[in-house]
Design a protein around this ligand. Sequence first.
Ligand code: PMP
Length: 351
Amino acid sequence: MSKYWSPIVSALKPYVPGEQPRMANLVKLNTNESPYAPSDKVIESIRAAASADLRLYPDPLALDLRKAIAARYGLEPEEVFVGNGSDEVLAHAFAGLLKHDQPLLYPDISYSFYPTYAGLFGIDVVEVPLDAAFGIDIADYRRPAGAIILPNPNAPTGIGLPLAAIEALVAEHPDQPVVIDEAYVDFGGDSATTLVPKYENLLVVQTFSKSRALAGLRVGFAIGQRPLIEALERVKDSFNSYPLGRTAQAGAIAAIKDEAWFEQTRGKIIASREKLTGELKNRGFEVLPSQANFVFARHPGHGGQTLAAKLRERAVIVRHFAKPRISDFLRITIGTDEECARLVAALDEIL
Ligand code: PMP
């Protein structure tokens, strides 16, 4: 705290990112990264972009990347916005679309950046409780709202909503922007991108960090009809009109085009998730049904914090949230089969 701080910063509860420890031989299952290297084509494109041209500013419109994303989803580049990770895209949505006279609604157990952005941009919120099974019930969102944001699948539960439920939510709030954060959708969720041509109030946000294994490149995007995309562009141009560097643009273009790598890698992660879910259940864990690249699990005989600490002693890092209702859970990122086996072996020593 300092007298030089603005009231907003003084009142802010900053988001605490997951740890990035540097230990040899660590099994790092705490921040939902991909356990696999990105496509070789991505690395080649980044190498090619790392040239003398770096002295020049990048394309502020990132038009080639937006064209490549639009082509994949059967849309126009004007219906695509790109940013420095989906966190930045979400921040622009908070600043440009989610502040209204009525409160912003989001699930009470959800991505912890939402309350931080709401604080940063001075947005009133209502945190809508999850249902008894830790799911999102869209009937609970039938209340006065200025805007709605929710992840699908939700994080940290991993539970996804079917497309029909998302469509009903969007259709029930024609006067409010509804943002669906699809950071994890490629691991078995239903994507709402197909609804974009039909609903002018829908914005879908995705990332290259998870299913494209590019968390370190920082590229995310939003898909929506032109007026919503224009709001994000206005915020971007008032903040940093060059959010994506040349290497990020080049790498992301190669990534979105490499459908074979994408299908193969996400298939492996989904298969490992199903295998790990079975192994955890065999050891007495309750595992919520996940459509993401992580599982959310608790053991009736062992508290979440203790389990996380004992795993850490065995060089396995998972995520624990000290939050009411979920403090007995662990969020475990799906690693390679070998990493998952090391997790299970560590659990067998502990349980
Ligand atoms: N949304 C959700 C629900 C997430 O869990 C994350 C990753 N922490 C993000 C968005 C942001 O990911 P990135 O900025 O790497 O695209």
